[in-house]
Design a binder for this molecule. Sequence first.
Ligand SMILES: *Cc1c(COP(=O)(O)O)cnc(C)c1O
Length: 428
Amino acid sequence: MQLVNLKVPAEQVSFLQAVRTGLGQQQGLFFPTKWPQLDCDALLQLPLQARSTAIMKALFGDELTEQQIQQMVEQAFTFPAPLQPVKDELYCLELFHGPTLAFKDFGGRFMAQALGQAKQQDKVTIVTATSGDTGAAVAQAFYRQPGVQVVILYPKGKISSLQEKLFSTLGENITTLAIDGDFDQCQALVKQVFDHQALVKRLNINSANSINISRLLAQVCYYFEALAQLPAERRQDAVFAVPSGNFGNVTAGLIAKAMGLPFKRMVAATNINDTVPRYWRDGQWQPKATQATLSNAMDISAPNNWPRVEALLQQGVIQRADLEAVAVDEDDTQLGMRQLAADGYISEPHAAVAYKALKRSLQPGEIGIFLGTAHPAKFKEQVENILGCPIALPPVLAKCQAEPSLSRELPADFAALEQLLLELEDHA
Ligand SMILES: *Cc1c(COP(=O)(O)O)cnc(C)c1O
């Protein structure tokens, strides 16, 4: 598989090189130049792991054996992605049945496997910014892995307390930093780390954000899993609505389409941090200051993965009409949660944003699928406030809720972060 740096096209790498380096020169994203065309009718008859192995093999089977890929998939995808009926012609694709109760488990766990194949040195430092759920997925995927140090940056006070507890209570090789700033600032700090060549080399730094291509490719698999659960004759009517922040999830869905998955279109749903819906409407890329919302994992106004969507358009493998972009405000988010609850489906703010965007987009005869990106219990407080019904905590959340957070606070300042990374090395 050949990937190109979208900012510096002369920089071309293999899949394993892209996994190993994360980000290219000048902070450019790596992205494949060609997409294999898959025999989807046959693939959609296979079970999740066998199908996902076949999809990954079509992508980077020139670099890893089928047996290696199968093993990676079997270690990573250990939980289901059920298409849950909500009412007629409306489903939630529930992606929160993994160990940290969010869809980030698919990408995070698969990336841990891919990095295991790709790494050349014994020691790796993974530096990652999280808007809420990546942190937990990555921390759990790498927890106690020998030779791996994980450093997680998150915006202090801007994620739910249960989201925070899922990664800040682990300790050992997991260092968590509550940054005095918003997620965009955390993300900018991580990019600054990558700009610091000497530091990157010295600590062998990688990132686990969705800038790492292995995460995106893993996520392609659950779009196939969703369609496999629909009757064959209805698949081409399916419309996916994706709660979007950094636009990795949307990119994965569009990649699935580029590889031949026969669904109709995608709706990228954002909260009031609506850089992309405004851009899609009037062609002006004008990020505003990020605002805190109920769907905090989507509080991002400079989405990292957008250049990859543009690349898919440029490659001609998706069309503009394959994607809609819809912004949903806070009142509508709450309304969406209440409407879903009235239909007997308890949801949380991220899925509700997608649900409302989907409702605005759906035409008669279409099948709506909104993505459930996190378990409602991760947002227990908000969900209980909005719906007025008690939410039980799954065992994993009940356990970490009782434990103390081990996070350190840090200003949104590169020098402070650099010093901390160097201290970590001394103690490793
Ligand atoms: C990360 C996250 C999102 C946004 O996904 P992107 O791939 O960054 O667009 C949406 N919902 C939840 C619950 C998340 O954790």
